[in-house]
Every structure is written in structure tokens, then in C-alpha cells.
Design a protein around this ligand. Structure first.
Ligand code: G
Ligand code: MN
Length: 311
């Protein structure tokens, strides 16, 4: 009992064993520390035995972090765009901006581990700003070249969303790039919408700038539909996991139909993500979803390919 309240303590324990994991005290402790970080990272309140693989993971994280800090973003990253197609007009509604890492051998790859490191180290703030700035600039450029550019949709990570500078920064980008505010969509994950305390305030401030708000990966945490009602949201993106291999009469079809019906009542624009085949598209059309996104409609592509896709 502390101040008349019960407090629960938990411990994360890292274990390194002499002499295999280190013959000197320093090394042994360092390895136990590495193992403890793994215990904290993955589940907390647990123990982990040191392994050599943990050392490699730490080295890789450090290398990625140094890479993230070292050069101009352009040298290391590019933004690809994936079409979001409206089903009623059969027209391009928007493009989702997706970060790609310029891998020296493998070409452009989804930056999964770099994003993870960026999020943990806070480097996601400058990286995320670069993405917002670049996506808006390219959208305006596209508009000038082609006319009638669809909206651009940018993902916002939890750390970015909690950054006090996010709203003013987006205001500045709208001003400096000249993008139509209503042509900019910001995607936040469903779990963020549920977990961040100040979510309604931040979303309200963003909406005041004129941008539109999308909830990404919808359907993975259930209680959300009622919670969404309290939030200023324009678009709901149904998670890929419900769309994958969706068939007529399947449970997934029933779930997607239920989400679409509810979302339509609440006046949201609904996008089904991850449509990979013609057969999936047929079922998704039946559910009444407004729009679709996925490999079947178009893979993420570099901006110079957008012209072809638009014409
Ligand atoms: O979390 P979010 O929904 O923003 O994820 C977008 C990711 O999903 C991108 O990395 C994109 O390449 C990927 N993606 C886009 N369309 C498809 C698809 O049809 N199938 C699969 N498996 N992944 C997709
Ligand atoms: Mn997204």
C-alpha cells in the first residue's frame, strides 16, 4: 500500500550466463542488459535469456538509426503512390503515399524495420515531416501537369500524432506547397484512434485546417465504431485481413457488409483495402463499399508512373 492505493510492480529480467555469454563482468552485464531490453520490448513482466541473435538485432538497429541520421532523406527513401478507386464513378479518388526504402541491392522495399527504429528513436518525426512535405509537393506538381489530381493520403504514426508540432507543421505545408487542404487526407490507425487521449482534440485541429481524416486498418479492434462517433472522421479504411480471400457467403463478407452498413449510417466514406483479385472485387462491390484499394487495382508506384495510370 502506497498513499492508500494498491500498486502493481512488474519486473523484466535479462539473463546472461557465465562463461558462455561473457567471461568478463562488463560483457556479461552488457549482455544481460541486452536480454532485459528484449524482455521489455516484447512483453514486459517476463524474462529473456541472452542470445547472439539479440546482439545482431541491436547492431542492425544501430546501423539503421545511423543511416536514418546520416544523409538527406531523398538519398535513402522515396515515396510510392497506390491508387484508391471510387466504385461508383470508376475514378481515382486518391493515392496513398507509401514510404519506400532505397535498398542497395533489393531496390525499393517497404521500410518495415527502419520505420520501427524510426518510431522508437523519435527519428519518425523528421522522416514523417519529409513524407508529408514531399507528398504534398508532388501532388501539386502532378496537378499542374495533369489537371484534376486526386487527393493524396498520408499515414501518420503514433509518435508523429502526439508531436505538438504536427498541426502547425501541416498548416505550414498547406500554405507553402499551395495544396488544396481538402485534397490532403491523413490516415491514423484504428488502435491510435482508440488509445490516444487527446485524439479528438488533435483530429479536430487538423480538420479545422480543412484536411480529411481516415481511420486506417479498421475492424481489427472491435469497440471502435461507437468510439469513432465521438471523433471527427471522414473516411474508414477496412483492414486487408477481412478482404483477403473474401467469398460470397463467408464470415468475412458478413463482417465487411456490417462495417460498411454501420459506416454509411454514420456518414463515412468507406474504402476496402487489400483487394488482390477480380473475385474479391466482385464481393466487395456487393458489400456497398464506396471505394477499393489493393494490388488488383494498382500496386504502389513511383510518382513518374502516375501520369500513365491517370491517362
Ligand atoms: O497500414 P497500411 O494500410 O497503410 O498499409 C499499407 C501497406 O499495404 C503498404 O505497404 C502496401 O504496399 C500494402 N498493400 C497495398 N495493397 C495491398 C494488397 O492488395 N495486398 C497486400 N498484401 N498488401 C497491400
Ligand atoms: Mn494506410
Amino acid at each position: 500500500m502506497l498513499a492508500q492505493k494498491n500498486h502493481v510492480l512488474t519486473a523484466s529480467i535479462g539473463i546472461a550466463i557465465f562463461p558462455d555469454d561473457g567471461e568478463e563482468e562488463d560483457k556479461l552485464l552488457k549482455h544481460a542488459d541486452t536480454a532485459m531490453y528484449q524482455a521489455k520490448l516484447y512483453s514486459r513482466n517476463t524474462s529473456r535469456l541472452f542470445t547472439e541473435a539479440m546482439n545482431e538485432a541491436v547492431t542492425e538497429r544501430l546501423a539503421i538509426e545511423q543511416g536514418l541520421r546520416a544523409r538527406p532523406m531523398e538519398d535513402r527513401f522515396a515515396i510510392f503512390y497506390q491508387p484508391i478507386v471510387d466504385l461508383t464513378g470508376e475514378r481515382l479518388e486518391a493515392y496513398e503515399a507509401l514510404l519506400r526504402w532505397k535498398h542497395p541491392e533489393r531496390g525499393f522495399v517497404p521500410p518495415v524495420s527502419s520505420l520501427d527504429v524510426a518510431e522508437h528513436s523519435g527519428l519518425i518525426i523528421p522522416l514523417g515531416k519529409w513524407v508529408i512535405q514531399t507528398a504534398c509537393r508532388q501532388a501539386v506538381q502532378q496537378d499542374a501537369e495533369m489537371g484534376a489530381m486526386p487527393s493524396v493520403s498520408v499515414n501518420i504514426s503514433p509518435r508523429q500524432f502526439e508531436d505538438a508540432d504536427l498541426v502547425p507543421f501541416i498548416g505550414e505545408v498547406i500554405e507553402s506547397t499551395g495544396i488544396e487542404a481538402s485534397s490532403l487526407q491523413l490516415e491514423i490507425s484504428e488502435s491510435m484512434a482508440l488509445s490516444v487521449d487527446s485524439v479528438a482534440t488533435t483530429l479536430g485541429n487538423l480538420r479545422e485546417l480543412g484536411v480529411r481524416i481516415a481511420i486506417d486498418g479498421f475492424g481489427t479492434s472491435y469497440a471502435a465504431l461507437s468510439r469513432l462517433q465521438e471523433l471527427p472522421v471522414d473516411i474508414v479504411k477496412i483492414d486487408k485481413s477481412f478482404v483477403r480471400a473474401i467469398k460470397v457467403g463467408s464470415v468475412s463478407e458478413a463482417i465487411v457488409t456490417a462495417i460498411v452498413n454501420m459506416a454509411r449510417i454514420l456518414d463515412y466514406y468507406v474504402v476496402a483495402e487489400g483487394v488482390e483479385t477480380a473475385a474479391e472485387l466482385v464481393v466487395i462491390r456487393k458489400t456497398g463499399s464506396h471505394a477499393v484499394q489493393g494490388y488488383y487495382l494498382g500496386k504502389p508506384m513511383p510518382p513518374e508512373k502516375l501520369n500513365e495510370a491517370l491517362s
